[in-house]
Design a protein around this ligand. Structure first.
Ligand code: GTP
Ligand code: MG
Length: 289
């Protein structure tokens, strides 16, 4: 099986609302002092939207690799160094364990430089405005809620939850702008599209869930076979991804009338469990690092 199964017409993962989302971002960019670009820590390069490099130009930008609780920290340290070498400030965070202090410090430092400029120019001090950007489902709204200490922005484990901008004020000195997740119209490398499907950044309805789950199983077999065996109590994984998916279906009682395995149901279980970290903490192999 090849990895180009996601080679679908671009519009399927770049629906109309994403074009609108890009416009919302462009319109508000001039209002903000700092941009926080959220990447998924389980595939930082695949989740880095190349469109943002053009859009953001000279904006002060901080990269935050989110969902670090689901990733291998030793590998994330390498990514941090990789971005630092490129002159970009990068941190890794988890938005589900309270406000990430390292990111807040980085934002504060970046914003302070701006504040000093205003004061020098005689402007009245105001709160620093920070735009949170990233692919769908990466945790933008969750991050804002964790900093606010309450649920101000709607968040859920499915892409495309936030459809408009939302300002959230944090005390006197900080205002955060939540934005809708955006992808880009064409993936240069099909492996990137596949990683994004694994992570849940692409709407599940536009690709073949079973094929993607089989490819994910094959990937995990290579990087953490023992997790696969332990999670699904498998005898062996010395077989094809399709056969392993069938075994998982049987173990989880995903059967249709007549006793055949409901592989779609099994596929959804594998994808959901991977996304929530139940299959282990790792970074998917990526080219370029
Ligand atoms: N384990 C873990 N889960 C996270 C983290 N941050 C967010 N999530 C989960 O990821 C899912 C998506 O979170 P959202 O905050 O809705 O993502 P979003 O980027 O706002 O998504 P869109 O609005 O659809 O673009 C939710 O189920 C969150 O609980 C994290 O740091 N660790
Ligand atoms: Mg959101």
């Amino acid at each position: 099986m090849t990895e180009d199964i996601l080679d679908l017409p671009a519009l399927q993962w770049y629906p109309g609302h994403m074009k609108r989302a890009k416009d919302i971002i462009l319109e508000n960019l001039k209002l903000v002092d700092v941009v926080v670009e959220l990447l998924d820590a389980r595939a930082p390069l695949s989740s880095k939207n190349p469109m943002l490099d053009e859009i953001l130009e000279n904006k002060t930008r901080i990269i935050a690799m989110n969902k670090a609780d689901l990733a291998d920290k030793n590998i994330l340290k390498k990514y941090t160094a990789y971005f630092r070498e490129k002159g970009i400030k990068a941190v890794y965070i988890s938005s589900t364990g309270g406000a990430p202090k390292n990111l807040l410090r980085a934002v504060e430092t970046a914003a302070e430089e701006k504040t000093q400029k205003w004061v020098k120019n005689g402007a009245k001090p105001r709160a620093a405005r920070v735009m949170i950007l990233g692919i769908p489902n990466v945790g933008k709204s969750t991050l804002i809620n964790s900093i606010a200490g309450k649920n101000k922005a709607k968040a859920a484990d499915t892409p495309g939850v936030t459809r408009n901008k939302q300002w959230v004020k944090i005390g006197k000195n900080l205002e955060l702008l939540d934005t809708p997740g955006i992808l880009w119209p064409k993936f240069d490398d099909p492996k990137i599209g596949l990683n994004l499907a694994f992570l849940g950044a692409i709407n599940d309805e536009v690709y073949d869930n079973e094929k993607v789950a089989v490819l994910l199983i094959e990937k995990i077999k290579n990087i953490a076979n023992e997790n696969l065996i332990a999670r699904y109590k498998l005898q062996t994984t010395e077989k094809s991804g399709e056969e392993i998916l069938e075994d998982i279906g049987k173990k989880r009682g995903c059967l249709v009338k007549g006793g055949a395995v409901d592989t779609l149901k099994a596929a959804k279980i594998v994808l959901t469990e991977f996304r929530s970290g139940k299959l282990g903490e790792y970074v998917l192999p990526e080219d370029g690092i």
